[in-house]
Design a protein around this ligand. Sequence first.
Ligand code: FAD
Length: 494
Amino acid sequence: MLSSEIYDIIIIGGGVIGCNIARALSKYNLKICLLEKNADIAMGTTKANSGVIHAGYSAERQYIKRNLCIRGNKLYTQAAKELNFPFKRIGSFVVAFEVEEIKLLEELRKKGIEDGVLDLELILDKQKILKMEPHLSEDVIGVLHAPSAGIVSPYEMTFALAENAAINGVKFFRNQEVIKIDHSEYTFKITTPRNEFKCSNLINCAGLYSAKISKMLGLDYFDITPRKGEYILFDRNSIQLNKILFPTQTKLSKGILVCPTFHGNAFVGPNAQNINDLEDTSTTTAGLKEILEGARKLVPNLPLRASIQNFAGLRAVSNTYDFIIDNTEIYGFINVAGILSPGLTSSFAIAEKVIDILELLGVELKLKDNYNPYRPKPERFTDFSKKQLEKKIKEDSSWGRIICRCEKISEREILNAIQAPVGATTLDGVKFRCRAGMGRCQAGFCRPRVMEILSNELNIPYQAITKKGEDTNILIAKTKDLLLTQLLEKGNLK
Ligand SMILES: Cc1cc2nc3c(=O)[nH]c(=O)nc-3n(C[C@H](O)[C@H](O)[C@H](O)COP(=O)(O)OP(=O)(O)OC[C@H]3O[C@@H](n4cnc5c(N)ncnc54)[C@H](O)[C@@H]3O)c2cc1C
């Protein structure tokens, strides 16, 4: 079906980059939509990364990602206030165990300060270091402390960006994989298996698939290689870390880190392995062994028995090893590709850069009168006092029904996740929005109840409920119906 509407701007890809750009543009009087191939936004690289908001001292100076990271870090304070996503500046340590490494840290500090990461400090007092992070190995001889580094929940932040963009008028279309793009005069025609869309400006934020999208328009000037990073996540009550801990860095990545999530789980990873498959997020025994060995150098007493989940994310590495943010030779087509780490940190600065390009292209950027930059904080059962809870339950009894016991998530929170703008339609959508199923039992208890709520809210049968979209259905049929069909097929029932 061809939509008759011509959008001013279409964004391809609903990761943190696409959603950040969508939100940044939603303050202007423009007709905008975002197309995402998955059943939900934030389910690509944005879902599986370290969630670290880097201070910005680590990338080499020749890369644009260095300055975008430094600027991006600074933009988080205001953004977190407006959008109420989980973010904390807890500070990072780059840890040295050898004298040689101290020299490297001093160099990082000096260059970082010159480039605007002002609060960097080299700490060589072991007692002070161990007081700041008691779990760190006693072999430490010095650290580079970056107090401005922080942790964020990357998917919750992306949902916040999308919700705010949506209330400001951006349309989100999920399950819309772009498979063809035609360009004539000043219009792009974008084909997905379900629809056709038209626009005057097209922004490619398709992550691992961004080279493929660029090639649809004949622009074949970069490649993307997936680089896998594996992780191990620990139960919340097992080890409480104060700082983000990096080893002194390697060429391929920032090395295997040990870090807390915003919600208090510790995790270790990632390693770095170039692969061919854009969808291969499997973990391997060898990979997990590698990250454990690396992590133990930083924190020897990792609580292995408390590991609750392994997962992997794929970095979209371009052949320039830098971000590609290009006003391309096709008028109105912008590539935002190769956004590897620190892409999450840089995302607000990347959105600013895209706005500059649109301005250069002559797109009229007129501020909306009714733009609302705020997105309310999602209410949480665990944030309420006993008295507040009693009041809440009196007003709405669904606050009193705990569905996920591990994380203490009430039915109301699950309903809110589904009813939000760009709300959840899958089990993962619920899980990543409100944490139902994130705990120690990994949804063993709450999955059937969440399915029941999804079924009621979306008015769809249980069999239509999926983990994360097409071909990930949980149930095939009712057991009795299935048996009956089998018996009828075998001719045992007439
Ligand atoms: C292991 C690892 C650790 C990292 N750690 C950090 C960190 O600590 N700090 C930091 O700042 N950065 C980090 N990063 C980088 C950060 O995660 C990325 O820069 C960021 O998530 C990139 O977001 P994106 O929106 O470009 O990509 P994605 O999140 O992958 O979004 C792209 C979207 O496009 C969609 N799409 C693709 N093709 C199509 C199509 N044909 N039609 C429609 N939609 C399509 C995809 O489904 C996807 O949702 C890390 C990355 C990895 C892998």
